[in-house]
Every structure is written in structure tokens, then in C-alpha cells.
Ligand binder design. Structure first.
Ligand SMILES: Nc1ncnc2c1ncn2[C@@H]1O[C@H](COP(=O)(O)OP(=O)(O)OP(=O)(O)O)[C@@H](O)[C@H]1O
Ligand SMILES: [Mg+2]
Length: 232
């Protein structure tokens, strides 16, 4: 696959090994692919294949041993932590495999809070709140806005984490098993939101074991034994 200058996201020859004492586990081996605006890409692979590791590297939460990640023409894997955090609070939206909600905040506050330091005149707190309410309603949580995380089911927490990731209308969406624990109606609601984001020009990578996600996906990526294969 060519890494072209028109790509919105280029992942170039990424390798990652986890080293412990004398042992080394090679998880990703020279992974390369590129995606253009509006592409929705499913990422498949057996448990332990490296899907989360790859998403973490693209989102700047982990560093590769080799290779680079280029987003909108800028290398992002070598940015300092502050710059990476700024990207994650604005243009990159991450749905974590573990929702990680803040225990002392309500559902609505959990969705709004991560983006608060990005608020400016054109994107004020009130508009963020309205968008958070709209997203939470789309994922069926209109009656849970003031609920604390300990009183949410796992599927509800996951839906909150999807709303949180999409709040800033990110251009790059990295979603790690966003539909796990969800019934078909809520799964469709989550996938519709991600698909609508790509229709507005975002790039989305969705790590999943759900074969139905491949129906929305072009291309489809598979990771196995550290290598990536690619199907359209
Ligand atoms: N911090 C770490 N230290 C050591 N090994 C790790 C670490 N994180 C992940 N691994 C190992 O790297 C491999 C890939 O893990 P990863 O979480 O990326 O897999 P995955 O494809 O997301 O799996 P799943 O479908 O179960 O979520 C696994 O063998 C895992 O044990
Ligand atoms: Mg994973």
C-alpha cells in the first residue's frame, strides 16, 4: 500500500515489542497503511494480536520502537506529551477498550470535561453541553445524564465513552471495540455516529471482533502475528 501525500493518516513501518527481562514479545512488525478523509476502517485480529497497541501508538498513548505516524502531513508520534494531549482533546477522539470514566463526575460531565480546555469563543461551553446532550440521546442515555458511573452498566459506560470521544467532532477517530456489550439497537446507534463522522470527512479506525462492522468498512485491516493484511 502506498503512503501518499493525499493521505489524511499514514502509518509508516511501525514496529513495537514489549521487553521484559531477557524476553521480548514482538507485537507489531513494520505495519504500514494509509487512509484518506472519510474512510471507515475496521481492524480485526485475534485477542492479543496488537489492535489496542496499534491504536495506542496512532493516538500517541504509546510510542513505537520504529516507524512514524503522520496525520494531516505532520508527524505526531514524536510530539511532546503536552502536544499529544492537546491533539487528543481536539482532533483525535479515542474510544478506549476500557471506558475509564471519572468516578466523581456524572454521565454528562464525563462527556464534556475532557474537552474543556479546548473551549474558545467559537466553541463555547454551552454549545459543547448541547452537543453532549445530543450525543448521549443518540446512544439512548437521555435518562442517565446525571447518573454517576458506578450506577451505569458496562454497555452504558461504553456508550458514554463513545459520546465523549465524538464530542469535539474529531477528524481522527480511534475506537477500540466500541460495540462490545451492546445490543443490536445500541450497536447500530454507535456505528451510525462513527459513520456520520466519516461522512463529514473524519477518518475512523474501529478495532473489533464484530464481523458486521466489516459491512461498513473500506478498507478492512487484519493483524495477525504482528503483520498487517489489507482487504477492500
Ligand atoms: N504494557 C504491556 N507490557 C507487556 N506486554 C503487553 C503490554 N500491552 C500489551 N501487551 C501484550 O501485547 C500483545 C498485544 O496486546 P493488545 O492489547 O494490543 O492486543 P489486542 O489485539 O488489542 O487484544 P484484544 O482483542 O484482547 O483486546 C498481547 O500479547 C499483550 O499481552
Ligand atoms: Mg484490545
Amino acid at each position: 500500500m502506498n503512503l501518499t501525500s493525499s493521505s489524511m493518516l499514514s502509518v509508516d513501518s511501525i514496529s513495537k515489542a514489549y521487553k521484559e527481562k531477557s524476553e521480548s514479545l514482538n507485537v507489531l512488525s513494520k505495519i504500514s497503511f494509509s487512509l484518506q478523509a472519510s474512510q471507515f476502517c475496521a481492524l480485526f485480529g485475534p485477542s492479543g494480536a496488537g489492535k489496542t497497541t496499534l491504536l495506542n501508538i496512532i493516538g500517541g498513548l504509546d510510542v513505537p520502537d520504529e516507524g512514524q505516524v503522520i496525520f494531516e502531513g505532520k508527524r505526531i508520534d514524536s510530539l511532546d506529551e503536552r502536544s499529544k494531549a492537546k491533539l487528543r482533546s481536539s482532533v483525535i477522539g479515542i474510544v478506549f477498550q476500557n471506558p475509564n470514566l471519572v468516578a466523581h463526575l456524572t454521565t454528562l460531565e464525563n462527556v464534556i470535561l475532557p474537552s474543556l480546555f479546548e473551549i474558545n469563543e467559537s466553541n463555547n461551553e454551552n454549545s459543547r453541553k448541547q452537543r453532549a446532550i445530543s450525543l448521549l440521546t443518540r446512544v439512548g442515555l437521555e435518562s442517565k445524564m446525571k447518573t454517576m458511573p458506578t450506577k451505569l452498566s458496562d454497555g452504558e459506560k461504553r456508550r458514554v465513552s463513545v459520546a465523549r470521544a465524538l464530542l469535539t467532532e474529531p477528524k481522527l477517530i480511534l475506537a477500540d471495540e466500541p460495540t462490545i456489550n451492546l445490543d443490536s439497537e445500541n450497536r447500530d446507534a454507535v456505528l451510525d455516529l462513527i459513520r456520520e463522522s466519516t461522512e463529514r470527512g473524519a477518518v475512523a479506525i474501529v478495532a473489533t471482533h464484530d464481523e458486521d462492522v466489516s459491512k461498513l468498512s473500506d478498507p478492512i485491516l487484519h493483524i495477525k502475528f504482528g503483520k498487517l493484511s489489507y482487504a477492500c
